[in-house]
Design a protein around this ligand. Structure first.
Ligand code: BG6
Length: 526
């Protein structure tokens, strides 16, 4: 096992995704309004990330958060609850002084999202923050509610004059600016995503809309672009002439974590494939953009989605496998099956596992299958992309009694154990000519001393800075839905699947193995 060590990080090197030193820039003063602030997302992700930004990076003085929810809280309760949420996310004890300074900017508005009057009160509160805390009229509205509220909130923001759509011809970041962040799931299929895009476009211009997919905030996901386009040696072989196939795995050992109601309406195809996995896929398969900015990167990603061969008729059952976990063992303890989880129907046909084979019909990728798999309650948490190269054309060492060498595999480990490894053949030391595969490994943790901000923190900061490169554009989200909607429709019209069809703690249903083995290939053993 060898280790590739990176040269020490140079703090003045530009981050290619930000065209400069944006992380060293302080975003302009602003207020962030979080709708649905009493929910799980705010506790687990948003507030800890905002706090991380506040203590670790230069958030603007006066940065304020307005939490909006129907719950009967006041400012003091809001601050107390958020402190507990942030404390639970910290490895070390929180410093009172840091928290107190951050908490001064937290205020709460009790409101029913359907009540038009509440938006007038919100406008007054925001004006007061402008005067008292200097938020300068800049606003971010964050939709962290159940998606069914999105259209209502958007319409009401428009009606209350809070959208501040830039006049035609004005730059998107004209002062003061207003932006809206929309959490996933963005729609449930193509028609609903189009309808939601339409609702939003009635009120906001596309340049104000930040559709968030937290996978794009992961350091290792952004590194996919750096790896491909800042190194000279990979791009020439990144195509059908050298690559046999690509495997993308997003395995989770957790179940649905008390989100039964949400998951019953989502399922793995919507929850993971249409969003996170397609983001990984597009970054792996896209053409090099001429420059890195929000337009060029997203243009290239959309091109990949448009080139994916549509799933129709028989191809759906042949190329897509769905599964649902039954009870089993993980980490030495018994876990319930999906149908036994709270909030799940006892005869639910919702999938917790998907495996699929995709084809990208363009000059670079024609004939190279992309195999995707994701599931809950698999034996371990691993997200990785494996590029398997072609076999050697001629077996030079086969006559000396050794196994033919395995093909080279380049593995990009997204999480955990973030890093990259290359598998290649080497001679086993000794008098015999024996060949064995070895790994050359790069580990983020040992090569770089510093840790970047977490995924949400990075994306929130980008939104404050007005950089939408790492957010999903309107056409991109619709293209992604266009690929999976025929699968959802076919499943809805098919007889109920024989669920559960895999035990918790195993690698998914046998049909998933058959899907890839039919092509003479195997899923990677992780
Ligand atoms: C979320 C999904 O978007 O991503 C969850 O709704 C999933 O079901 C989560 O567990 C995975 O994110 P991460 O960052 O833990 O890989």
């Amino acid at each position: 096992m060898q280790t590739v060590t990176a040269t020490p990080p140079n703090p003045v090197l530009p981050n290619p995704l930000r065209e400069g030193l944006r992380l060293e820039q302080t975003p302009p003063p602003c207020a962030m309004v979080i709708f649905g602030v009493t929910g799980d997302l705010t506790r687990r992700k948003l507030m800890p990330s905002l706090y991380e930004l506040a203590v670790g990076t230069p958030l603007p003085a006066g940065f304020s958060v307005v939490g909006v929810s129907h719950r009967g809280w006041d400012d003091a309760t809001f601050r107390k609850e958020m402190r507990a949420a942030v404390a639970a996310s910290q490895k070390e004890e929180m410093e009172d002084a840091s928290w107190d300074s951050f908490a001064q900017g937290l205020c709460y508005l009790q409101a029913d999202f359907n009540d038009a009057g509440a938006y007038g009160r919100l406008a007054e509160l925001l004006e007061r923050l402008d005067e008292e805390r200097g938020t300068a009229g800049n606003r971010i509205f964050y939709l962290a509610t159940s998606p069914s509220y999105y259209p209502t909130i958007v319409q009401n923001l428009g009606a209350a004059g809070l959208a501040h759509r830039p006049p035609p011809g004005e730059p998107a970041d004209h002062q003061p600016w207003t932006r809206i962040v929309v959490e996933k799931p963005f729609g449930t299929d193509l028609p609903s995503a189009r309808a939601l895009n339409g609702e939003i476009a009635n009120v906001f211009s596309e340049s104000q809309v930040y559709r968030i997919d937290h996978y794009l905030g992961k350091e290792t996901v952004q590194n996919l672009l750096v790896f491909r386009f800042a190194n000279g040696i990979f791009e020439p072989i990144w195509n059908r002439q050298y690559i046999d196939h690509v495997q993308v795995t997003v395995a989770e050992s957790i179940g649905i974590e008390g989100r039964g109601k949400f998951y019953e309406e989502a399922g793995a195809l919507r929850d993971m494939v249409q969003s996170h996995m397609f983001q990984l896929l597009t970054l792996i398969a896209m053409e090099p953009p001429s420059t890195i900015n929000a337009k060029t990167v997203r243009d290239e990603k959309v091109q990949v989605l448009q080139a994916i061969s549509p799933f129709r008729g028989a191809a759906i059952s042949g190329d897509v496998v769905r599964g649902q976990y039954g009870p089993g063992w993980i980490g030495g303890r018994v876990v319930p099956g999906y149908r036994q989880e709270p909030g799940v129907e006892p005869d639910s046909t919702v999938e917790t596992y998907v495996a699929m084979k995709l084809r990208i019909d363009n000059w670079r990728w024609a004939g190279v299958p992309f195999y995707l798999r994701t599931g809950k309650r698999l034996p371990q948490r691993t997200t990785e992309i494996a590029i398997q190269f072609n076999k050697v054309p001629h077996l030079l060492f086969s006559r000396v009694g050794t196994m033919p060498p395995e093909p080279n595999v380049l593995t990009l480990r997204i999480q955990p154990d973030e890093g990259i490894s290359l598998r290649f053949a080497a001679k086993v030391p000794g008098a015999m000519m024996q060949v064995r595969s070895v790994n050359m490994d790069f580990f983020y943790g040992t090569s770089f001393a510093a840790r970047g901000p977490d995924d949400y923190a990075r994306l929130l900061l980008d939104c404050m800075l007005g950089d939408s490169t790492l957010f999903t554009r309107r056409d991109e989200v619709e293209e992604a839905w266009a690929i999976v909607t025929p699968i959802l429709d076919a499943w809805a019209g098919a007889p109920p699947p024989p669920f559960p069809n895999y035990e918790a703690g195993t690698w998914g249903p046998p049909e998933a193995d058959a899907l890839i083995e039919r092509d003479g290939r195997r899923w990677r053993r992780l």
